[in-house]
Unconditional design. Structure first.
Length: 195
């Protein structure tokens, strides 16, 4: 006979003390450890800087951030690696209230790490879309590609020699895919997550 532990709610998760050295998402009431390795953080940082620069330079009405929580349901709290969310949608969230925004960002960006599976990424996409996301970007350091996933249409894959377009969700944004992953080419950088 299998004993199932009680699901943790998002409200209970918020009240929990942080465990040093760990970052968690809450998925269907269970804690899921998130990748915090330098390689993952470096690619996340590059995407954030590219988007932040574009949004600020063009005075676009978007928030852009890293590891920001978005509540998908009472038992699921996701922290996309990078998010872009319109000011209009963020206006519906009271920063002084407990909890996190009860919607998905307009653009949810996930950086693939060794522990990610395609089914896990598909589940995240389904949750994001069910909660109002327009698009999900999947940045994969191996093979240095960015997949653009939208509900109901085939994925678009941008390879290392392509120019990534953020249209129409992020007006005017484009950059070489190679720029996102160039941080991995620094001298002495590991070739893979395991390196």
């Amino acid at each position: 006979m299998t004993t199932r532990t009680r699901k943790i709610t998002v409200a209970e998760f918020e009240a929990m003390a942080a465990e040093p050295g760990h970052r968690y998402e809450l998925v269907d009431g269970e804690l899921v450890d998130m990748d915090g390795k330098p390689r993952h953080g470096a690619v996340t940082g590059e995407i954030y800087l590219l988007l932040r620069g574009h949004i600020r330079y063009n005075s676009l009405r978007f928030d852009v951030g890293v590891n920001t929580g978005f509540q998908m349901d009472p038992f699921t709290l996701r922290f996309p690696d990078v998010h872009v969310t319109s000011w209009e949608r963020m206006a519906g969230y009271d920063e002084g209230a407990p909890g996190w925004p009860a919607f998905a960002p307009d653009v949810a960006i996930e950086v693939v790490s060794a522990s990610n599976t395609s089914s896990e990424l598909a589940r995240k996409a389904a949750e994001y879309f069910a909660n109002g996301a327009l698009v999900m970007w999947i940045a994969d350091p191996d093979p240095r590609s960015v997949t653009i996933r939208r509900p109901g249409v085939p994925d678009e894959v941008f390879g290392p020699d392509d120019i990534l377009s953020g249209e129409p969700e992020i007006p005017g944004f484009s950059c070489p895919v190679a720029d996102i992953f160039a941080v991995l080419d620094r001298p002495g950088a590991p070739i893979s997550e395991d390196g």
